[in-house]
Design a protein around this ligand. Structure first.
Ligand SMILES: [Zn+2]
Length: 311
């Protein structure tokens, strides 16, 4: 596990806190991202993973789409209630100058555009919410989405930090939701905490160091996450201190399959399928999310054509 859900003692706010270093590393390896593309992708998928856990029903699904006029083009992350996330970025090779020492310019990579959330809650129609991007830095945009589209006052922090070797050093996210009947004092304490808070990824590094020193070995992501919660809220008064209610997992998982790819082939229609068989005699499809390749030979395609013509 790598995620904690906590509520403060006065019932004024809820915290989702996650350390997603491993998941972001995996996604960046799959999509062969540059650090800038990886930061944009990692922030988006960490945010989506937390939003997946908010769905309550494990089989419910949601999609978070960031579409801007910057070179990143589209970033899409899909998550379910179990915290399983898959994601892609249209342009994984993008690169722009740093906006400050060690600061990747995710805002410029994304540009101006929209953030769209689609939730499939098993109802007739999916829920769709859309807001204009505030900065393209993802966390601010999500804060805007929660506040405006869901009328849920929230604070969002998302981060991906790269080490000198160019690999992901730490990644994680935090969403704080203000609960109804929150006390003024609790909100004031929260505001102060957020004002003085260090960057999330630096705090993850500190938490990891603390755990390593205490345990004498490499800590797991859940241990880092619990230590991180202590570090972030260390100056918050006891009566508003968050208590962990639940421990969950946010991880990379692609649910593509041969059957699904076959259905996609059938859906292009009899005529086009026949053209593929006649001209190429085979087809290779690759999954947009995990880039796994699926090969279909002539026999299989003919079989699919038969099932398409039955429809
Ligand atoms: Zn896949």
């Amino acid at each position: 596990m790598n995620t904690v859900i906590a509520v403060d003692r006065s019932g004024s706010y809820r915290v989702y806190l996650t350390v997603t270093t491993e998941m972001v590393r995996e996604a960046i390896a799959i999509h062969e991202c540059t650090p800038l593309a990886g930061a944009a992708l990692g922030r988006t998928m960490t945010g989506a993973g937390i939003m997946g856990l908010m769905l309550k029903d494990e089989h419910a699904r949601m999609t978070l789409q960031i579409k801007g006029d910057g070179p990143a083009q589209e970033i899409l992350a899909a998550a379910n209630g179990m915290g399983e996330v898959k994601a892609y970025i249209s342009n994984p090779y993008l690169d722009l100058p740093l906006k400050g020492p060690g600061k990747l310019d995710v805002g410029a990579a994304v540009g101006a555009g929209t953030l769209t959330v689609i939730k499939d809650l098993g109802l007739k129609e999916p829920y769709v919410g859309r807001v204009d991007l505030v900065s393209g830095e993802i966390a601010e945009d999500l804060t805007q989405y929660f506040t405006v589209s869901e009328q849920q006052p929230s604070s969002v922090a998302l981060g991906v930090r790269f080490g000198v070797d160019g690999g992901v050093e730490s990644a994680g996210g935090m969403v704080i939701q203000v609960l109804p009947d929150a006390s003024e004092e609790a909100l004031k304490a929260l505001e102060d905490m957020l004002f003085y808070m260090d960057s999330l990824t630096l705090l993850i590094n500190d938490a990891k160091e603390n755990c390593t020193a205490r345990m004498g070995k490499e800590p797991g992501e859940l241990q880092i996450c619990e230590e991180l919660l202590k570090l972030i809220f260390k100056d918050v008064p006891q009566e508003y201190y968050p208590e962990i209610l639940d421990r969950r997992q946010i991880s990379w998982h692609c649910d593509c399959s041969r059957e699904r790819m076959a259905r996609a082939l059938v859906s292009i229609g009899e005529k086009d399928l026949k053209t593929i068989i006649d001209e190429d005699g085979e087809a290779e499809l690759s999954c947009t999310f995990c880039r796994k390749k699926y090969h279909f030979g002539r026999e299989e395609l003919t079989e699919l054509l038969r099932s398409a013509s039955k429809k």
